[in-house]
Design a protein around this ligand. Sequence first.
Ligand code: MG
Ligand code: MG
Length: 249
Amino acid sequence: MIQLKSPREIEIMAEGGRILAGTVAVLRDSVRAGISTADLDKVAEEFIRSHDGAVPAFKGLYGFPGSICASINHEIVHGIPSTKRVLKEGDIISLDVGVGYRGFFTDSATTCAVGTVDERTRRLLQVTADSLEAGIAAAQPGNHIGDIGHAVQLVVEKAGFSVVRDLVGHGIGTTFHEEPQVPNYGKPKRKEQLVPGLTIAIEPMVNVGGPATRTLADRWTIVSADGSRSAHFEHTIAITETGPRVLTR
Ligand code: MG
Ligand code: MG
């Protein structure tokens, strides 16, 4: 069942979302060659907990050990922070973070270049970020979930990259993953209608190569099956009478 949020509840989510936006900014500033993904996890957890009432939502979620997911190069999502995973010049790292605040969750992700990356990788990051913006722009009241996925898919496929289909965005609120599912592909005017009070996480995951995925032996990390690089950008938004409101900017 879809849980619509009241304006007051959306304000609480916006407060939590501001803490999350700050966390993502601090993480982006911390990314450099030589830092481990465990170090980044610590940076995020300390920043989140420095805000009264805020907790890292991922810690313990379905048994996940970290406060962030840190996924390098061909890893798409759900990389486990580790002292053994040290970033190198030319890598990309996807950082996915959630915050719990006063009973509500928000969710956001970004992908950063470590130093200088090759031209195709730069384009992957730009196209994935652009596809998220296109998805957000399509999240107008009266549109449907399918309009969001269609908008994301158009941007990605026009650039010659592929949309991961095994993983999708989601409703979010008092629980981290709620209905509806928000795929990054689809057809206009299909699936659930977008109405004021709906809060969703839109999160394109884009591969340079094919869309197929594989899960590593750690049973968490999901990688591109062909080993090509992958990027992930995500915002939590609320549908309002006047359009989409990004809660994690
Ligand atoms: Mg996320
Ligand atoms: Mg999410």
